[in-house]
Write a protein that binds this ligand. Structure first.
Ligand code: PHB
Length: 388
């Protein structure tokens, strides 16, 4: 067959333009993981990364036809380094999507950068209320919780147990303050009264003076927000002071999540509220825990679930756009509309971008946080200040 030079040129343009588009469509997606790899929250960062990668590997290493290329930054849970760290991923590595982080103060810096640069951001832990409150944006979605949510549910559960007088104790930064605010709201709505808030700087673990104050005031219950290495130390110190025999300890579930092996006997019987419980006996949770244990030789926890669900939410957006990253509006709106089939149970995402989810009351038994009841069904964060 003969072709004129003009037709050949046209054929070349058609052929190679299509090929270039195809190459573009199947190019790896660059995922920027900004998580703590050092410090009190290091273990939480590992579990989130493991969970995210487990979902991807269960899907043959691809989301919507794209392989995934990871770029990593250790954020050290240090808010003062947040802007520099997130810019390494946005400006140097040119990532398509940011996934991070654990610490609310760092996540606030990430959310600002994501808004300023219109970068997709999936928050797989940090509960800073503002991220899905005044800072809410279509390109930001969370697979985890707001700090208010488990705090509030714990307050409801404590009031239901008939406690009247509570003290709170936490680190002095946004996550602790917001968890305490949520607890106070739930507890006082149920007829209780918070008589004193105690705190210390993050990530300090010198609890002794504060434990002495609890012992002298003898409230009916103590509410605590601590996580990671700090939670291990707090629960052990509480028991070592003998307080676990006299003043029941409750908390946002992070107090006993991913920590039980290290806390051992000191944690037994502690009641917490969270959007996950280890022994949820559903095919989804059982398969997830089994696959996680095989892949990582350790037990899944709430952080692993949140990492896994971050990947699910990204996948929902990408599938709706048939893998075309240029279809930003399709991706962001599908991420919001996703009904996430999570190991925690199915959940939806609010207009502000935060999970609407059941909050379980859990009790520590051995190395598990076992579900006792549903503390609050389908709890939505009030998303105060979000205008979308
Ligand atoms: C937070 O800083 O928002 C935070 C950190 C660790 C947790 C939960 C919340 O386990």
């Amino acid at each position: 067959m003969f072709t004129t030079p003009r037709l050949t040129l046209l054929a070349t343009v058609l052929c190679c333009g299509a090929m270039a588009a195809q190459a573009q469509n199947s190019a790896p997606i660059k995922v920027g993981l900004m998580l703590p790899a050092t410090g009190t929250y290091a273990g939480l960062g590992t579990a989130i990364e493991n969970g995210f990668k487990l979902y991807v590997s269960e899907h043959g290493g691809k989301l919507a036809g794209h392989s995934i290329e990871y770029f990593k930054v250790d954020d050290e849970s240090d808010p003062s380094k947040a802007t520099d760290n997130v810019n390494k991923l946005i400006k140097r590595d040119n990532v398509d999507v940011l996934v991070g982080t654990v610490h609310s103060g760092v996540a606030l810096g990430m959310a600002k950068a994501a808004r300023d640069n219109n970068t997709l951001l999936i928050v797989p832990n940090a509960g800073a209320d503002a991220i899905t409150g005044p800072m809410c944006a279509p390109n930001i979605v969370r697979s985890s919780f707001t700090n208010w949510q488990p705090g509030y549910a714990t307050g409801v559960a404590a009031a239901n147990k008939g406690y009247k007088k509570a003290m709170t104790i936490t680190w002095n930064y946004s996550a602790g303050a917001e968890a305490v605010k949520g607890f106070t709201e739930g507890f006082e709505k149920g007829g209780g009264k918070v008589t004193k808030d105690l705190n210390l700087p993050f990530p300090n673990v010198e609890f002794q003076a504060l434990l002495t104050e609890i012992a002298s005031q003898k409230p009916d219950v103590v509410f605590a927000f601590f996580a990671g290495g700090g939670a291990v130390k707090f629960v052990k110190d509480y028991a070592a002071a003998g307080l676990n025999k006299s003043v029941p300890l409750m908390g946002s579930g992070f107090l006993t999540d991913g920590t039980l092996q290290a806390q051992g006997a000191a944690a037994q019987g502690i009641l917490t509220a969270l959007h996950y419980a280890d022994n949820l006996d559903t095919p989804r949770n059982n398969a997830f825990r089994k696959n996680y244990a095989i892949a990582y030789k350790s037990n899944a926890d709430v952080y692993a679930v949140q990492g896994y669900d971050a990947a699910q939410i990204l996948n929902a957006g990408l599938m709706a756009a048939k893998g075309d990253l240029a279809k930003r509006d399709v991706i962001t709106s599908a991420m919001r509309k996703a009904v996430v089939d999570s190991p925690r149970g199915k959940f939806t995402i609010s207009a502000a971008g935060n999970p609407v989810q059941d909050m379980y009351l859990r009790e520590v038994k051995g190395e598990n946080n076992e579900m006792v009841s549903i503390a609050v069904k389908a709890l939505a964060d009030p998303a105060r200040g979000c205008k979308l």
